[in-house]
Design a binder for this molecule. Structure first.
Ligand code: SAM
Length: 392
């Protein structure tokens, strides 16, 4: 998804009458969420709402909405924009394969574009993966992936797994997956930490605040201990699910590296006083807006990643942080410009590739963090631009 997408203004937030089916589907999801709110005593926290809005079987955005990714969908990602993303990433994977079993495991493989191109490039480099596992929560996207990868990767063992293996050695990839994991939303008022959540009034969902529980208070106190007291009215998110996900890597990654690519910043930039409205963002037909309660199930909902928290979660699980840098620096260190010179593309293809590097767009907004264990030597993608020290 692109943070630079044009904004969808409130007056434009309506669907055409011909899209009544989509509206009805969203309404069914709202009714189910409203039932849960009633059963929970009148309020659910935002992270629970986000979980259902994105992943509710048959109705959530990733579970049910067709054509999410790409020109006809709601957002584009780096592997969709240019095959050079996967080809550059392959250089890093090939280097890691010199010391590891040639096994790949991708989380949230979207349309399968990254898997297809990464495997093709690894074959060209003489380092084809022995196996390519995909962990995908979206049944709908699994179907898209099977259709795309089934034939192309017939000689590589592509497998869809319901959960990570109990023990894994190899390379893990997750591109724009952490930013769609549910977040808690807090706001500071009068020195206290409040949590945003959802109430239902006559079937309509509304956002309200109530005193935060001890877990969120502790997480916010931990943030304030690092960045200083947050001002009154300051609202932001805490990605506890992404942190827990990273910590569980420490349990099943026996030897290898996880390359996690996402929108985000180190903690002191994430919780900067000027970012007082947080980073929560929705995407609908390549337009961005900030109302997650508008047509749940039809909009993507994302929040940036606090990479300091991800590094801390990894270290607490006895994993090493092996590198952290911007997407642009990572791709350049992996030889993206050389790849462009080797196989000159059309003007449009070059413009697309340069978008991956653009400081104003994906090049600087997206970051790459590598965490793992038992991987010798510096990783190529962080050779000249490693910013691990900025994670604290
Ligand atoms: C924004 S899309 C990115 C897709 C793809 N990686 C790309 O770059 O085009 C997020 C993907 O992550 C998947 N996803 C979300 N949470 C996940 C989880 N906990 N485990 C595995 N996949 C997940 C979604 O279903 C979707 O495929």
């Amino acid at each position: 998804m692109s943070e630079t997408a044009r904004r969808l203004e409130p007056a434009e937030r309506q669907l055409a009458p011909a899209e009544a089916d989509a509206t009805a589907q969203s309404q069914r999801l709202v009714s189910r969420i409203a039932e849960e709110i009633d059963a929970a005593g009148g309020w659910i926290p935002f992270d629970r709402f986000m979980q259902r809005a994105l992943y509710e079987p048959g109705l959530g955005y990733y579970a049910a909405k067709p054509s999410k990714i790409g020109p006809l969908g709601d957002f584009v990602t780096a592997p969709e924009i240019s095959p050079l993303f996967a080809r550059a990433l392959a250089a890093q994977v090939a280097q890691a394969f010199e010391h590891l079993p040639r096994r790949l495991l991708e989380f949230g493989a979207g349309s399968g574009a990254l898997a297809a191109e990464l495997t093709a490039q690894l074959e060209r480099l003489g380092a084809p993966p022995e196996s390519y596992g995909i962990v995908e929560v979206s049944a709908d996207l699994k179907g898209v992936q099977r259709a795309r990868l089934g034939e192309r990767m017939s000689d590589t063992r592509v497998q869809w797994l319901d959960a990570p293996p109990e023990a894994f050695e190899g390379v893990i990839i997750a591109n724009e997956v952490l930013d769609v994991m549910p977040v808690k939303v807090f706001v500071k008022r009068g020195g206290s930490t409040l949590e945003r959540g959802i109430v239902a009034q006559q079937g309509r969902l509304q956002m309200t605040e109530r005193p935060a529980g001890s877990g969120l208070c502790e997480a916010v106190a931990h943030i304030e201990a690092a960045v200083g007291p947050l001002p009154d009215g300051y609202a932001s998110e805490v990605g506890l699910v992404a942190q827990a996900w990273t910590a569980t890597l420490g349990q099943w990654l026996r030897r290898g590296v996880a390359l996690l690519v996402d929108y985000g910043f180190p903690r002191h930039e994430y919780y900067h006083p000027q970012r007082a409205m947080g980073t929560l963002m929705c995407h609908f037909r390549h337009r961005a807006h900030d109302d997650p309660l508008w047509l749940p199930g039809l909009n993507d909902i994302t929040a940036h990643v606090d990479f300091t928290a991800i590094a801390q979660a990894a270290r607490s699980a006895a994993l090493e942080v092996l590198g952290y840098t911007s997407q642009a620096r990572f791709l350049l260190d992996c030889g993206l410009l050389e790849l462009m010179r080797e196989a000159p593309g059309s003007a449009a293809a070059n413009t697309a590739a340069l978008r991956l590097l653009s400081e104003a767009e994906m090049g600087e907004l997206l970051k790459v963090v590598a965490v793992g264990r038992g991987v010798p030597g510096p990783l190529r993608g962080f050779a000249s631009g490693d910013r691990t020290h900025r994670l604290g």
